[in-house]
Ligand binder design. Structure first.
Ligand code: 1WJ
Ligand code: ZN
Length: 373
């Protein structure tokens, strides 16, 4: 395995950039959308199908995998890539976010977090050191620092407390990660919607030094305007030559706005989760296939889409199998949504490379304003 892990920005258009992250398990074309495979599977998709949509990297989760099947068990079985049959890059989140949103009976101290599993009530502890150990056992290529993402609404004092704790945990994450050629450790910027706290967090992370930098603490209910307000300045606080990863985003229009503000990587459960609820994304906006208006519609979801759902099935059929709660509905709608998200990223990468991102962005919004989904 080569020791390479580097980011090459190949073109810049305004604040938007396009490039390639080289890793021993393959290249990641940026701006990149990363499908979420929380428990070792991108729900309703075979790994080969995820690759066919154009995804270069997917996400796993420390919190879920430590609880079930257990990080040591995955390591004994050859690591997460082998376990889930995905040989391309994997990024794993560090668990902090899920503990605060999923686990019961949590106790947070300077040392870390103890909690009860939401699956079987067993007691667990996560610290920066244990999170690094779990992500090493899983074998992920990009490891996230253990952080605390405060729930909103939160006072500036609460946001400052959580950010400063997270910066001390970033230091401990860096120390525990050690020197692992071919593997990357990303720091996570916190600070809510407070510019001074965001700058303090960025300075702290840069002083420690990471292979990439995430903008955390967003997409937690602040709304798009507030998120874009932070993204108008926060990416600029981070090193321009390293990847910038916006966690948990988002709707197509959020993704376009984030790329326009200098973000290189994103992840979100929306395309997979909403596919299972019947919501599908098209160039003209979203529609829900369970709506009766689709019952007799012989057209595909999107005439311009080349995914298996759009090539071979009508809206009427997808409406039928969704209403009948057939498993194929989740498969086809998820595949379409992931394909649409990857087409969106490919369109932006090409537009940035050719210096026409502003025109591409205007076209993206114009089609959605026309509507007629
Ligand atoms: C949705 N909005 C949002 N997600 C966020 C996540 C990932 C959630 C993680 O949960 C799983 O999705 C359910 C994904 O895990 C594969 C994702 O990485 C975050 N993770 C960390 N460590 N720090 C943050 O500040 C943070 C902020 C978020 N905002
Ligand atoms: Zn399609």
């Amino acid at each position: 395995m080569t020791a390479a892990f580097n980011f090459d920005v190949t073109a810049i258009d305004g604040a938007a950039r396009t490039g390639v992250i080289a890793t021993p398990r393959g290249a990641i074309r940026t701006p990149a959308f990363m499908p979420v495979g929380t428990a070792g599977t991108v729900k309703a998709m075979l790994p080969e199908s995820v690759a066919a949509t154009g995804a270069d990297i997917l996400l796993g989760n420390t919190y879920h995998l430590m609880l079930r099947p257990g990080a040591e068990r995955v390591a004994r079985l050859g690591g997460l890539h082998r376990f889930m049959h995905w040989e391309r890059p994997i990024l794993t989140d560090s668990g902090g976010f899920q503990v605060m949103s999923l686990a019961g009976l949590r106790k947070l101290t300077e040392h870390g977090v103890t909690f009860k599993s939401h699956i079987d009530g067993s007691r667990h502890e996560l610290t920066p050191e244990r999170s690094m150990e779990i992500q090493r056992l899983l074998g992920s290529d990009i490891v996230m620092c253990f952080d605390e993402c405060p729930a909103l609404p939160a006072s500036d004092d609460e946001v400052a407390r959580a950010m400063r704790l997270s910066m001390r945990w970033a230091e401990r994450s860096r120390a525990a990660f050690g020197d692992r050629p071919g593997h990357a450790l990303f720091g996570i910027m916190q600070g809510g919607v407070n510019r001074e706290l965001r700058e303090e967090s960025a300075e702290a992370l840069k002083a420690i030094g990471f292979d990439g930098y995430a903008v955390g603490g967003l997409a937690v209910g602040e709304g798009q305007a507030a998120m874009f307000g932070v993204l108008d300045y926060a990416p600029g606080f981070l090193p321009a030559e390293k990847p910038r990863y916006l966690m948990g985003v988002g709707k197509p229009e959020d993704i376009v706005g984030a790329v326009a503000r200098g973000i290189d990587m994103m992840d979100c459960v929306l395309p997979t989760r909403s596919g299972r609820t019947g919501q599908v994304f098209t160039r003209r906006g979203a529609l829900n296939i369970k709506n009766a208006r689709h019952q007799d519609d012989p057209r595909p979801i999107d005439e311009a889409c080349t995914c298996p759902a759009c090539r071979n099935y009508s809206r009427a059929y997808l409406h039928h199998v969704f209403r009948a709660q057939e498993i194929i509905a989740s498969m086809l709608l998820t595949w379409h949504n992931l394909h649409y998200y990857q087409e969106l990223m490919a369109g932006m990468r090409a537009a940035i490379a050719e210096g026409r991102f502003a025109a591409w962005q205007a076209g993206f919004h114009a089609l959605r304003e026309e509507g007629d989904v």
